[in-house]
Design a protein around this ligand. Structure first.
Ligand code: SF4
Length: 435
């Protein structure tokens, strides 16, 4: 089999791994710039640059029987395997042509975990020996020796091991050769090594060990676990293993199996809502239990998780943009990290007008029902259903700030006495509002 044939098979086999950011993008047609073409994916460097990666499997030969996987031993499909030298030369050649800036390397498990991982490590070792200084993301193979994990972590930027399914029960049913322990052990080991080796006070800094940290992937919709279970698991992974990212991958119905759901389309909206909820946990101070609880185990498909949380927690609102602390501002739908900080900075110079709040980057379409600005709050007294309809742009939409003109509005820029409606502690906000 020639190299191009191998590349076609092994690039195509790798496309269902969502552990890099552009996977799953449908693309918009056109002859170049496609992110959905097999063999290529993108990631973002620490300075915000988008980096193109050659995304391939070392081999799609696999002795495991994961029901959801196109590379499973259960499937009859063309198989191929790169040698470390072939893959190294291919990566260097693509790099020199400016096609890619790095490598995302995963693999089926052929012969044994150690043999598979040794080939992957050898590929990256050859690349580094050639002088390749680009980004490399390598999958850890569950069951491989720790010595191989160490070698990989010293050669690569990012390591990852896919959890795949959200519970041991589901793993047992759909991936009988895998176990939670075999997946979590390498993750825990690498996390521990990263932590131990990052001592800024150490006189002699050890060589970088997986400097871009670890990530993992969870398949969504192949098994019955709720969004709440998935978020709780993600939260635990962030806390316990200091993961950089948990990627969610909507289950692709590309393989027929009696234990898999008979869906026609992957649950992409559910995946999107999970990413939004994940964002709230990582950057907005929400816990998994706040976003979803026993009574609400699934994310709302119509509303983003912050709006849904806001409707269930009227006691937090309205938030006074003139006095609320950062934590409270960040809980307002329509106010993001940047707009919240701009509001904090802008209000130091005087009372904020509605226009000022808008100019800070606030999405007023959502925020207007949850804030007070100069004593006015369109959301006051509205029921949760009315607010929901307003957020969805329905017929029963509330009057917006814009239509609430008051005779007592001060001229733009003039000071205005602020109503002190919001406590400094977001959880203790007192406001006589019933939504
Ligand atoms: S071990 Fe990986 S490649 Fe092999 S069948 Fe399972 S998911 Fe697919």
């Amino acid at each position: 089999m020639d190299l191009m044939e191998k590349l076609k098979i092994l690039g195509d086999s790798a496309k269902y791994d969502a552990s890099c950011a552009s996977s799953g993008s449908a693309g918009r047609g056109g002859s170049f710039g496609k992110t959905a073409v097999p063999g290529l994916c993108h990631t973002w460097s620490a300075d915000g640059r988008c980096v193109s990666l050659l995304k391939v499997l070392m081999t799609n030969k696999c002795m495991y029987h994961c029901a959801y996987c196109v590379n499973s031993a259960l499937r009859d499909c063309p198989r191929a395997e790169f040698t470390p030298r072939e893959l190294c030369d291919l990566t260097v050649a693509f790099y020199k042509r400016n096609y890619v800036e790095g490598l995302f390397l995963s693999s089926g498990i052929a012969v044994s975990p150690n043999r598979t991982m040794a080939n992957m490590v050898e590929t990256v070792r050859l690349l580094r020996a050639e002088g390749f200084g680009g980004y490399v993301h390598m999958k850890s193979i569950p069951g491989a020796d720790r010595a191989l994990l160490d070698e990989a972590a010293l050669l690569c930027d990012r390591m990852s091991v896919n959890i795949e399914l959200p519970s041991q029960k589901s793993l047992l049913a759909l991936a009988p050769d895998k176990s939670a322990k075999a997946i979590l052990d390498p993750m825990g080991y690498v996390a521990g090594q990263i932590f131990e080796r990052r001592d800024p006070r150490a006189a002699h800094q050890p060589p970088p060990y997986a400097p871009a940290g670890q990530s993992t992937q969870l398949i969504v919709g192949a098994t019955p676990e709720s969004d709440r279970s998935i978020l709780r698991l993600s939260e635990a992974l962030y806390r316990k293993y200091a993961l950089k990212r948990v990627y969610f991958s909507a289950f692709m119905p590309v393989v027929a199996h009696p234990l898999l759901p008979g869906i026609k389309q992957p649950p992409l909206l559910r995946e999107h809502r999970l990413y939004q909820a994940d964002w709230l946990m990582r950057f907005y101070g929400f816990s998994a239990e706040e976003i979803l609880d026993d009574a609400h185990p699934q994310l709302d498909e119509q509303l983003d998780p912050k709006c849904a949380w806001a409707l269930r927690n009227p006691q937090f609102f309205p938030v006074d943009v003139a006095t609320a602390p950062l934590g409270a501002l960040l809980r307002v739908p329509g106010i993001g990290q940047i707009s919240a900080r701009r509001i904090l900075s802008a209000r130091r110079y005087g009372g904020l007008t509605l226009e000022d709040v808008k100019r800070c980057g606030t999405v007023m379409k959502r925020a207007q029902y949850f804030i007070t600005c100069r004593g006015r709050a369109p959301g006051i007294g509205a029921s949760a259903n009315t607010l929901r309809a307003a957020l969805l742009g329905g017929a029963s939409a509330l009057p917006s700030f814009a239509s609430q003109v008051s005779l007592f509005d001060p001229p733009p820029g003039a000071a205005f006495p602020q109503l002190q409606l919001v406590s400094e502690v977001p959880h203790a906000v007192q406001y006589p509002v019933s939504l």
